[in-house]
Design a protein around this ligand. Structure first.
Ligand SMILES: Cc1cc2nc3c(=O)[nH]c(=O)nc-3n(C[C@H](O)[C@H](O)[C@H](O)COP(=O)(O)OP(=O)(O)OC[C@H]3O[C@@H](n4cnc5c(N)ncnc54)[C@H](O)[C@@H]3O)c2cc1C
Length: 483
């Protein structure tokens, strides 16, 4: 791999050789790889866990592979696309099949204008949806909340059927108290009008939420990050696993070193952090109290997934033991289950025995709440009960199970987030610190944007510019569907 010798004015003054990167997730690995390819800095990645890939890793359970969530590789960014192709040219191309499960029936997502949709919804409800949409177009609401944002685009009946409960499940808050900016970032562009135009073939502009296919590594997203980690090591980068950064020391000029949970001190010239902003500020010395308070109260949503291996599902279709969906949004009000992944449909290589179905039941929760605290056996029992209740599976068909907890899966945009500017102002004063990734920026970034922040941070390092461009990733660009 060719290395460019870039000597900036900045480097001449302060010869800087080591860059400490916190986290071996998509952002941290990308930063290390880019740095090795295009600078002379030596990256040292410090990873708290025993796993490569962060929340985009793939878990292995008795021969079956589990994506924590379902990670579609889709991007509108050319640099990221080129990087994905360079690291893994042979990704699978998968059709995006995903539906809503509501009142024990399937509805296309995005909603389509097929006869089946009207039949499943019922003529009366369909008329109600139409009337609600027209009313919402005439009497537009001030977009002070996510609820108002969605009603303006879909009308009240459709919002109540398909968005209200699911959004509340994901965030643990009613959409009426969630800021509209979340909708502006995640579902800008999407509306009932666009759905109708798309169904009629009249929508020239394809919304990201309506993408029909995506790329996927044969053995799940973790495989991609394992390969990226191998490249980092090949090029001379260091990745230290089980190395949790517990202390971060700064002086008047910037950061000087980090201290691991085992007390070891690691010095560096530059620091790239993909650890949660809340933890970053908590670990740092001399943080002004205003910024420290905002960071301490930043909200997150945690996540749990139950992997179930079964002989078949009751909702099987098309001659297989399961339906064709990659994932299914569960809109049933009587269960806590949020989404169901069918890993066989993501990649047949995820499942050891093709005659079985391997599914992931996704629950959104808060660390320490009742669901989170339930012991594994009890929680798996509860999850199987829920699937039986909504007629998706019979308990007797379950052959194996596992439960995984994921802390801080979703950085949330409420509570102290409105004062995030104070945190930024403080962080911007440290010229040798770059905050990258999803929790590293407290932004609802998908893998592509998480990786792009890393590329922009290395650009800034090379050019001796500030982190402004790094923070600007995913503030202007196109929407990427909820994850
Ligand atoms: C359910 C779900 C579904 C998703 N689906 C998609 C999708 O379809 N497509 C898509 O593009 N994106 C998707 N995403 C988003 C994607 O997972 C993230 O964008 C991406 O993983 C963020 O990468 P990151 O490196 O910023 O952070 P992370 O993946 O969180 O990695 C951060 C790493 O830092 C480590 N770390 C944290 N604190 C410390 C510390 N103190 N010291 C050392 N190490 C530390 C962590 O252990 C972790 O390994 C999804 C996310 C979720 C939760």
């Amino acid at each position: 791999m060719e290395k460019k010798n870039i000597v900036t004015e900045h480097e001449e003054k302060t010869p800087a050789k080591t860059a400490i990167i916190i986290g071996a997730g998509p952002a941290g690995l990308t930063a290390a790889y880019e740095m090795l390819k295009s600078t002379d800095y030596k990256p040292i990645i410090l990873e708290a866990s025993a796993y490569i890939g962060g929340i985009s890793r793939t878990a292995l359970h008795n021969g079956n592979r589990m994506d924590i969530g379902g990670h579609r590789f889709f991007t509108k960014d050319k640099r990221i696309l080129a990087l994905w192709k360079e690291i893994m040219p042979d990704m699978l191309t998968r059709p995006r099949v995903s539906r809503i499960f509501y009142r024990r029936k399937f509805f296309d997502y995005p909603l389509s204008l097929k006869w089946r949709t009207i039949r499943n919804m019922g003529v009366w409800r369909t008329l109600l949806v139409g009337a609600g949409y027209v009313t919402a177009r005439i009497f537009r609401r001030k977009e002070v909340s996510l609820e108002a944002f969605m009603i303006n685009r879909f009308g009240t009946p459709l919002y109540k059927m398909f968005f209200k409960d699911y959004t509340a499940k994901v965030w643990g808050r009613d959409p009426s108290v969630i800021d509209a900016s979340w909708g502006a970032q995640r579902i800008r562009g999407l509306s009932l009008k666009k759905l109708i135009l798309t169904a009629l073939g009249l929508n020239k502009e394809r919304e990201t939420s309506l993408i029909e296919e995506f790329s996927y590594p044969k053995h799940g997203p973790g495989e991609f990050y394992e390969q990226l980690a191998d490249k980092v090591r090949e090029l001379g980068g260091e990745i230290r696993m089980n190395s949790e950064v517990a202390g971060i020391t700064r002086d008047a000029v910037g950061l000087t070193h980090v201290t691991l949970a085992n007390g070891e001190r690691v010095e560096g010239d530059y620091f790239f952090s993909s650890m949660p902003i809340k933890d970053l500020l908590a670990a740092m010395n001399d943080v002004p109290s205003e910024a420290a308070d905002v960071a301490k109260n930043l909200p997150y949503r945690d996540f749990m997934t139950v992997g179930l291996l079964a002989d078949k599902l009751k909702i099987k279709e098309g001659g297989k033991n399961y339906p064709p969906d990659c994932w299914i949004y569960i809109q049933e009000h009587d269960v806590k289950l949020g989404r169901l992944q069918i890993f066989n449909n993501w990649s047949p290589y995820m499942v050891e025995d093709e005659n079985t179905v391997w599914i992931g039941l996704e629950y959104f929760c808060d660390e320490g709440d009742d669901l989170w605290e339930m012991p594994d056996d009890a929680f798996i029992d509860f999850a199987v009960d829920e699937l039986e209740k909504i007629d998706i599976l019979e308990r007797g068909d379950v052959k194996d199970s596992v439960r995984l907890r994921v802390k801080k899966a979703y950085p949330a945009y409420f509570d102290s987030y409105s004062e995030f500017g104070l945190v930024r102002e403080f962080l911007d004063k440290m010229p040798n610190l770059y905050c990258i990734g999803r929790n590293g920026q407290h932004r609802y970034n998908n893998m592509d944007h998480s990786m792009l922040t890393a590329l922009c941070a290395v650009d800034a390092l090379k050019n001796g510019t500030n982190a402004e461009k790094v923070w600007n990733v995913n503030t202007e660009g196109g929407y990427h569907e909820s994850a």
